[in-house]
Design a protein around this ligand. Structure first.
Ligand code: SF4
Length: 238
């Protein structure tokens, strides 16, 4: 599913074609029409939406259309790349609820790519955090948010704490500074070392492997057993 539903639809003449083009090849017109009606109903769009053009839909409706397109091939897994990032909060909630319902009804799995930790915590069963193309921490969602272990995870979660004294205190110690290095000219050692407040010489020389630290929980950090995480629960409650 595209992160930009509008862009995904703008070159297509009508919505009926936008969705049907994926299934017309394998079905008769009557079967395809029935499939379209079923798909539109399942994503919460009225049947007459098929005759409209992309510009006649709202952002939330476009995202529903992209979900319908993704469902045409009856997939087992859908990659949702920033699927709700461009939507306002109310529409985000509707689309997330739709994804949850479709998952339950159709037995789907999602690879949900997002920078919004609140959405990740709400929707996902497991989390994998990437930095510069490398997984630096992965864990079941509850374990990840109750006890994150990687300094990059700490900075991400600290950045999501509402502005105020608690966030200021976290910021001074855990928020990263500077820019990431170029992905085509990666430094030796840990890719996060240039921005990590806990980096030591070893970090700049050796790339840390992803190693288990608990049930289903793995971290790529040389100092995972030494450094202490921030008290994020207290900060979020402040
Ligand atoms: S290996 Fe070193 S630089 Fe990398 S995250 Fe751990 S402490 Fe920071």
């Amino acid at each position: 599913m595209s992160a930009c539903a509008k862009r995904a639809l703008t070159t297509i003449p009508t919505i009926v074609w936008a969705v049907a083009c994926r299934i017309l090849e394998s079905l008769s017109r009557r079967e395809a029409a029935a499939r379209l009606d079923d798909l539109f109903a399942s994503v919460g769009l009225p049947p007459d939406a098929k005759s409209l053009f992309p510009h006649q839909f709202s952002g939330g409706q476009r995202q529903r259309l992209c979900i319908a397109r993704a469902l045409t091939t009856r997939p087992d897994i859908i990659v949702c790349d920033e699927a709700v990032s461009a939507l306002d909060v109310a529409i985000q909630a509707q689309i997330l609820n739709l994804l949850v319902r479709l998952q339950a009804e159709r037995g789907l799995a999602y690879v949900f790519i997002s920078h919004d930790l609140g959405v990740v915590q709400h929707l996902c069963d497991a989390v994998a955090v990437m930095y510069l193309g490398r997984i630096v921490e992965q864990a079941p969602t509850a374990a990840y948010f109750s006890a994150p272990r990687h300094p990059y995870s700490w900075s991400l979660i600290a950045a999501a704490v509402p502005a105020g004294p608690a966030r200021d205190a976290l910021k001074s110690r855990y928020l990263v500074r500077g820019e990431p290095p170029s992905p085509i000219d990666l430094p030796a050692g840990c890719r996060f070392a240039g921005r990590c407040p806990f980096a030591v010489d070893r970090c700049r020389a050796e790339d840390p492997p992803l190693l288990p630290v608990g049930p289903g929980h793995a971290v790529a950090c040389h100092r995972v057993g030494e450094i202490r995480p921030p008290n994020l629960d207290a900060a979020q409650a402040a």
